[in-house]
Design a protein around this ligand. Structure first.
Ligand code: SF4
Length: 468
């Protein structure tokens, strides 16, 4: 009991500290902007590292390790552990977008930008394009993909909103993923509706309420959950009604999933995180990819069609680094795109069918219930992307001869925890729709098959293909 009494107090105080020290947070943001600019610009104008280069004596390798080895996987992890603190406190793109918007034209947000499909489409396009230009390996590709995204964020900031993060809310390629993962965070800024109403009465008695600039445009009074909030702390204490508060990590998915989940969330989980992202990680390890490539190349040569085998595509379309012996032909590039899309279609559709089976066990097929049940896959989807990205971390460490005997056990451990977490979430979600154990148990069986399908992808990548 005593922990329950003391913890919220300390946490709320942390939120209040953030509210009072906004200038410190903005100072930190500019430091991150400077480091980010250094890491994406300098390696792009330096020669590529040779065989004698190491992480500790070559800025290009160090930047590669920082971006793809540490930054990306641990930003994803931080979403689950801390909510979107990264977005509100550290993200250089968010800081630049908001700054640009402060000094920009302040136009109204156009209708096209509010389309709900952007989080899925932007994630898919960026992931596939990143593979086309080998963004994990080459600094010029990093500058193009990350720098391009940053320039777009600034331009959107200059055009739309006043001191707002319009880019982050509508177009950022990882906004959708962050929004899904933050639903698992153990705390959030909670609105006490009674206190909010009371504050109106106090206002009538002359208490002045200072307006809050919520940069990612969260409607404060109706804020439920952590998915859209950037955890900047500015609204902490507002109307004596908003405070950083602990919650059960399952609560947002279980209690709000039916109201908040949408078809685009389902698409992002099944066809994005568990489809396109898996395809992007798979193709470099896949035996099938090599066999298919050989098959098509032989077929083309047999039919005297040689232009797809030429390697004259520019580096910003398909990977082109002859000095590193790393050059995509038109066939290679097309196959990368096709393989990723085919993987997304196969895994996404298989999972969708299994989740429809689970939904059907709880009553008539309903889209709300389907989208709600799909949210239970968020822990495993997030863990998969973390594992896929950390494969880059490990290969960079392997090149430095760091012993990695523990990696396989850690992967199994992460997958086991994520599977159990997803299964537990589904069990709680099913209780919202049926009190009958048999129905809930049958839904669990369908869901267990879905978990096995996802696990098969990671088994193939880390053990199946690796052992051949
Ligand atoms: S609701 Fe808005 S102002 Fe409040 S912490 Fe979240 S992002 Fe900041």
């Amino acid at each position: 009991m005593s922990t329950v009494m003391t913890r919220p107090g300390r946490l709320a105080a942390a939120g209040q500290w953030m509210q009072r020290h906004g200038s410190v947070i903005r100072g930190i943001q500019w430091v991150v902007v400077a480091v980010y600019a250094l890491l994406i610009i300098v390696p792009a104008v330096m020669p590529l590292p040779d065989d004698s280069a190491h992480l500790w004596n070559n800025l290009t390798l160090a930047a590669q390790f920082v971006f793809w080895g540490i930054w990306w996987p641990f930003v994803l992890l931080s979403m689950v552990m801390l909510g979107r603190v990264w977005c509100g406190v550290l993200c250089p793109e968010g800081a630049l977008a908001e700054f640009a918007s402060k000094h920009g034209r302040g136009k109204a947000i156009p209708h096209w930008m509010r389309w709900g499909g952007w989080p899925f489409v932007a994630f898919g396009i960026t992931t596939i394009y990143g593979q086309m230009v080998s963004v994990y390996q080459y600094p010029k590709a990093v500058l193009l993909v990350l720098g391009g995204s940053t320039v777009a964020a600034i331009v959107i900031g200059l055009l739309y909103g006043r001191e707002k993060r319009v880019w982050c809310k509508y177009l950022c390629p990882v906004n959708g993923v962050f929004s899904l993962l933050a639903r698992l965070a153990p705390f959030h800024y909670k609105v006490d509706e009674d206190a909010w109403r009371r504050s109106y009465k106090n206002g009538e008695h002359g208490h002045r309420v200072i307006p809050i600039n919520c940069a990612p445009l969260v409607p404060l009074r109706n804020m439920k959950g952590a998915s859209d909030c950037h955890m900047c702390g500015r609204c902490s204490g507002h109307r004596d009604a908003i405070a950083l508060t602990w919650r059960a990590p399952s609560s947002e998915v279980v209690e709000l999933g039916d109201k908040h989940a949408s078809a685009w969330d389902t698409a992002l989980i099944l066809y994005g995180l568990l489809g396109i992202a898996i395809g992007a990680f798979h193709w470099t390890a896949s035996r099938w990819f090599i066999d298919l490539k050989m098959f098509f190349a032989t077929w083309l040569v047999d039919h005297d069609i040689t232009w797809p085998l030429q390697t004259n595509a520019p580096w910003f379309l398909f990977t082109h680094y002859p000095e590193q012996n790393d050059v995509f032909s038109w066939l290679d590039g097309t196959m990368v795109i096709g393989y990723i899309l085919a993987t997304a279609l196969v895994y996404g559709t298989a999972l969708l069918l299994l989740l429809m089976g689970a939904t059907r066990m709880l009553g008539r097929l309903s889209s709300v219930r389907l989208h709600h049940l799909t949210q239970a896959l968020i822990p495993l989807a997030g863990a998969g992307v973390f594992l896929g990205l950390s494969a880059t971390t490990l290969s960079l460490l392997r090149a430095e001869h760091v012993p990695l005997w523990w990696a396989s056990d850690v992967r199994i451990g992460i997958l086991a925890i994520a599977n159990l977490w997803s299964a537990w979430l589904l069990w709680l979600v099913t209780r919202r729709y049926s009190q009958r154990f048999v129905r809930r148990g049958l839904a669990m069986l369908w869901f267990a098959a879905a978990l096995a399908v996802v696990d098969s992808a990671w088994w193939l990548m880390f053990w199946g293909w690796a052992s051949k």
